[in-house]
Design a protein around this ligand. Structure first.
Ligand SMILES: NC(=O)c1ccc[n+]([C@@H]2O[C@H](COP(=O)([O-])OP(=O)(O)OC[C@H]3O[C@@H](n4cnc5c(N)ncnc54)[C@H](OP(=O)(O)O)[C@@H]3O)[C@@H](O)[C@H]2O)c1
Length: 296
């Protein structure tokens, strides 16, 4: 039995159908079981659980051989569901519950270049969770994923497809590696199935590094029309991060994320990993095309 925490995430929704097709029994954990109805119809057992509730994790881990941890608390609008309560304390709870239940292997979705001194709290928390998992004694695979194409495609590209205009946070000139959530899911399946992936930390990036301005250009091309592009300058973002923090700390964290995306090294070279695990990576242009087709 494989437990997927974050079953309704972009990664969980892509990984679970493949795991079921490969003959695995899958338990899909979500806070809101109605959200996982499609996964239930495919054959997953859907259970209610919350990373902030250790008892629910003990129940979810019972009888489980492997865990895929693919949740996060970085979405807006949920003040008590945040990187501290979910990514930090919550994932520690999950690792403890997995160990207590005798889980054999634990796959954790982390972030590319996770370091203890990143300016972004979520990245520091991901790094600390990697360390906690390694020290737990569990067999593990850490997948350090790049920024998701589907998320950034929606942020930058959807307004282009809908209204022929978009807002880019910062200069938009920093090269960034984007990966499709489908490819992260493909690596998660490998990490759950292949013994060679045990006790490894693997970077999971996409096939190319693109600036946000290049992403916008891909969506303009896919839509067949030019778009008006506005930029929020970095000094304004630095000021906004401080001003909004007292009444909207999550927005402040997200603005910090935008600053990091525009200023820190975000590139990745996947050639060595692909020699070992030959996954056919999606390109941002394909994701843009899919978004055009689903908008029509
Ligand atoms: N998005 C990116 O650019 C990016 C980049 C690098 C790494 N990652 C990592 O990849 C993984 C998947 O991200 P995603 O973007 O695919 O996620 P997503 O679509 O934004 O979904 C978030 C998931 O987290 C779950 N969740 C939130 N709070 C929870 C809680 N308290 N207890 C249990 N589950 C909770 C949600 O489940 P319910 O709402 O169903 O309970 C949902 O399945 C995460 O670990 C994330 O940190 C993402």
């Amino acid at each position: 039995m494989i437990l997927v925490v974050g079953a309704t995430s972009r990664v969980g929704k892509e990984a679970i159908p493949t795991l079921l097709a490969h003959g695995h029994t899958v338990r899909a954990m979500t806070r809101t079981p109605e959200k996982a109805e499609t996964l239930r119809q495919l054959g997953a057992e859907v259970v209610q659980g919350d990373l902030r509730d250790p008892d629910s994790l003990a129940r979810a881990c019972t009888g489980v051989e492997k865990v895929l941890a693919a949740a996060h608390g970085f979405n807006p609008g949920q003040a008590d569901n945040n990187p501290h309560t979910v990514d930090d304390v919550g994932n520690h709870n999950l690792i403890d519950a997995a160990k207590a239940a005798g889980v054999d292997h634990f796959v954790f979705i982390s972030i590319l270049d996770a370091t203890p001194d990143s300016p972004m709290e979520l990245i520091r928390i991901k790094y600390a969770t990697e360390q906690y998992l390694k020290a737990s004694g569990l067999s593990y695979t850490i997948l350090r994923a790049a920024a998701f194409m589907e998320f950034w495609g929606a942020m930058v590209g959807e307004p282009i497809l809908k209204n022929h205009k978009t807002t880019i946070f910062g200069s938009g000139n920093n090269p960034i590696n984007f990966v499709s959530a489908a490819d992260v899911a493909a690596f998660a399946v490998i990490a759950l199935e292949e013994a060679s992936a045990r006790n490894q930390t693997i970077n999971v990036g996409g096939p190319e590094n693109l600036t946000l301005n290049q992403v916008a250009a891909l969506f303009e091309k896919a839509s067949g029309q030019p778009a008006k592009k506005s930029h929020v300058p970095l000094p304004m973002m630095r000021m906004m991060r401080v001003v909004v923090k007292p009444f909207n700390p999550m927005l402040s964290l997200q603005i910090t994320g935008g600053i990091v995306m525009d200023t820190e090294n975000q590139t990745c070279d996947m050639s060595a990993t692909l020699q070992r695990y030959p996954v056919k990576l999606h390109h941002m242009a394909e994701v843009a095309q899919q978004m055009v087709e689903s908008a029509n």
